[in-house]
Design a protein around this ligand. Structure first.
Ligand SMILES: [Fe+2]
Length: 143
């Protein structure tokens, strides 16, 4: 994700969920731009907080749809969501409280972890759910 522009193909064909994914991508880009501008700024704190809130809301929406559609991999998928939230909150707490003077650590943790996780999740794990929806002929699934 770090080197990619948003592409509609990264969505899974469910407009509300795809809007969340686009927002997560945009927030990640804002975090990257903030870090490249130097340090852990007030703006960066706000943007990281928004990214966590957006991820939490998105995961809840996605998990509701998985439940409704009886998606067989939903438990494992939800476990990945939970794991991300726990890790990203740990990372962010560290950067905010202990790593604020260390730009390298901030870049490594925020950009490395969040960027790689989002890329892997959006482009692989969520795509599997999109394919399931499409196969089931779900109205929101990719045609
Ligand atoms: Fe997901």
């Amino acid at each position: 994700m770090a080197d990619l522009e948003w592409n509609e193909a990264y969505g899974i064909g469910v407009p509300e969920l795809d809007a969340d994914l686009r927002r997560l991508h945009d927030l990640y880009c804002a975090i990257r731009a903030s870090l490249e501008g130097g340090g852990v700024s007030t703006d960066l704190r706000a943007v990281c907080g928004e990214l966590i809130d957006t991820a939490r809301a998105h995961f809840a929406r996605e998990e509701r749809l998985m439940e409704v559609c009886d998606y067989p991999d939903r438990a494992a998928h939800a476990k990945l969501h939970q794991s991300f939230l726990e890790q990203v909150e740990d990372v962010w707490t560290f950067v905010r409280d202990d790593g604020a003077r260390d730009d390298y650590m901030a870049r490594f943790l925020v950009l490395g972890f969040i960027g790689k996780w989002l890329k892997m999740h959006i482009m692989v794990v969520d795509q599997k759910f999109g394919e399931f929806l499409a196969l089931r002929g779900h109205a929101g699934g990719r045609a």
